[in-house]
Design a binder for this molecule. Structure first.
Ligand code: AMP
Length: 212
């Protein structure tokens, strides 16, 4: 099974992807995470990518497609794509890549959420730098900013602030939201209300995936 999580920033793609992979034993591919990992090197290209990410714009299709191709070729199980494709060029290249690999796309889960709800979430979002677990300080009752799994101090992503959120949302509306009708026309789009609680959103995803 191959699925795409399509959503505006802070709709909960990463959280739902983690729940999906643990239940369905799939591979989670987050292009944002792959980019953040690659930024640990202090070279010119890393600096350029970091600057693009912090301005809320999209990294070049060429870089993203190279990352994705490598990940898909080494995937032995189904894949949950989180943050890819983000525009029409990437969507078309992904179709061609799947065809070359003799695979197909099974569903596109569109996590819909009002802009203001997403914006409020981004301010409370924390990530564990060790295991990658995502927390929301507004939704979870936490007294300390420590990871519940590995006890590392949680951090805020550099691009999780109000200003960058507005830019990322604008980029999403312009570049990514046209993919909603792109996949609707192919009969692959399933819309889920992502303003609900994490467990409720996941229940709806399970109902969809059990039918795929
Ligand atoms: P995310 O973790 O998905 O929110 O992505 C963080 C940032 O990484 C985005 O704002 C983009 O700058 C970049 N990025 C992630 N995925 C892609 C993609 N598929 N195409 C272009 N840029 C991407």
């Amino acid at each position: 099974m191959n699925i795409i999580l399509l959503a505006p920033p802070a709709a909960g793609k990463g959280t739902q992807a983690a729940l999906i992979v643990s239940k369905y034993h799939m591979k989670h591919i987050s292009t944002g995470e792959l980019l953040r990992k690659s930024l640990k090197q202090d070279d010119d290209i890393s600096k350029e990518i970091k600057q693009i990410m912090n301005s809320g714009k999209l990294v070049s299709d060429e870089i993203i497609l190279q990352l994705i191709e490598k990940e898909l070729e080494s995937a032995e199980e189904g894949v949950v794509l989180d943050g890819f494709p983000r525009n029409r060029v990437q969507a078309i290249e992904y179709e061609e890549l799947l065809q070359r690999l003799g695979q197909k796309l099974d569903a596109v889960l569109y996590l819909s959420i009002p802009e203001e709800v997403a914006k409020a979430r981004i301010i409370g979002r924390r990530t564990c730098p060790t295991c990658g677990k995502i927390y929301n300080m507004q939704m979870e009752e936490m007294t300390e900013e420590l990871c519940g799994s590995c006890h590392t101090s949680l951090i805020s992503r550099e691009d999780d602030n109000e200003e960058t959120f507005d830019l990322r949302y604008e980029t999403y509306m312009r570049e990514t939201s046209p993919l909603i009708s792109f996949y609707q026309e192919k009969g692959l789009l399933k819309e889920i209300d992502a303003s609900l609680k994490t467990e409720e959103v996941f229940k709806r995803i399970e109902l969809i995936l059990n039918e795929v």
